[in-house]
Design a protein around this ligand. Structure first.
Ligand code: CP
Length: 333
């Protein structure tokens, strides 16, 4: 064993205080803060391996088969899960709805049953219907990870956002995070609200009244209808994509009107006189919800620091941690 491998193994031993019992990850609603922290700590370890290209030494999922069942398009989530699975020694099966027998009328349940018969150990599911990942977790004894289901949850996206913010601030306790945009249709916003509040952050949302949630009080969040006011309050901003494919258009007079009132631009940020880390789950609509220079600026000068590509790198680390925790570190394995 090389010295760098030994130190990585020692570090892993140090961070593994206990393994949370987690068969599936379909959402962050109700998840224990300790479980989130364990995932973040493991992700920090995997990020170190990943950016130092030490990933090839990890074989904890050797012999496992992971189905990437994406019934909706994806770039970041799909590729980062694939890299994570391979880094842990697993093999991956790729599945897209348009090239599968779903297009011949096969049901989702029959599709899952057939993949199970091929001895798949875990399903990573992206699906346009809210609740689909939970439904699949009830019909299979394999692991299920929600990679985004309709407007409900996208837990690994929120975990990577939370990881990025924890890296930036050191702790989430008392940090004010403002989520901007189409909150109503956003699975990313919902998962972030659950995860961030579990770790002691304060969360606010900002957007046009038609795109704000109706259950803000139950969610324990603040609402802003003016972006300048929300920016003055916030320590960090998560900008959401306008989901044009989910009929957002019907909720807005026009994209230009949205940009005029809620687009995150230098002009708006200059007024706040503080450096604000800016996150966005991607893909971005440049010059609609975020200006190009805000999205691209990773160094001052300026009143914002773009975390967008850092988030993508962190996504590999977080998804590696989730796969390892669910599949290889459970008490019965
Ligand atoms: N943020 C996110 O889920 O991106 P993809 O749709 O590219 O996976």
């Amino acid at each position: 064993m090389h010295d760098h491998q030994r130190s990585s193994a020692d570090e892993e031993h140090r961070i593994v205080k206990k393994n949370a019992v987690l068969k599936h990850l379909t959402g962050l609603q109700g998840i224990a803060a300790d479980t989130i922290i364990e995932i973040l700590d493991r992700a920090a370890f995997h990020k170190h391996l990943f950016i130092n290209q030490e990933d090839a030494i990890r074989q904890s999922l050797k012999g496992k088969r992971i189905a990437l069942a994406f019934f909706e398009n994806s770039t970041r989530t799909r590729f980062s899960f694939e890299i994570a699975a391979r880094n842990l020694g697993a093999s991956t099966l790729n599945f897209t709805a348009s090239s599968s027998s779903l297009s011949k009328g096969e049901s989702l349940i029959d599709t899952i049953r057939n993949l199970e018969a091929m001895r798949v150990d875990a399903f990573i599911i992206r699906h346009p219907s809210s609740g689909s990942a939970d439904m699949i977790s009830r019909i299979t004894d394999k692991h299920v990870i929600n990679a985004g289901d309709g407007s409900r949850e996208h837990p690994t996206q929120a975990l990577l956002d939370i990881f990025t913010l924890r890296d930036y601030f050191g702790s989430l306790e008392g940090i004010k995070v403002m989520i901007l945009g189409d909150i109503l249709h956003s699975r990313v916003a919902r998962s972030n609200i659950f995860g961030l509040t579990a770790l002691g952050a304060e969360v606010a949302v900002c957007g046009p009244a038609t795109l704000l949630p109706v259950d803000a009080e139950t969610l324990g969040i603040t609402m802003f209808s003016h972006l300048e006011e929300a920016l003055g309050w916030a320590d960090a901003a998560i900008v959401l994509r306008l989901q044009l494919e989910r009929a957002t258009g019907g909720y807005l007079p026009s994209l230009q009107d949205y940009s005029f009132s809620f687009g995150l631009t230098d002009k708006r940020l200059e007024k706040i006189k503080k450096t604000l880390p800016v996150l966005h789950p991607g893909p971005i609509n440049r010059e609609i919800e975020i200006s190009g220079n805000v999205a691209d600026r990773i160094q001052p000068p300026g009143f914002s620091k773009s975390m967008l590509l850092e988030q993508v790198t962190n996504g590999v680390a977080v998804r590696t941690a989730v796969l390892e925790l669910l599949i290889s570190l459970q008490p019965d394995t």
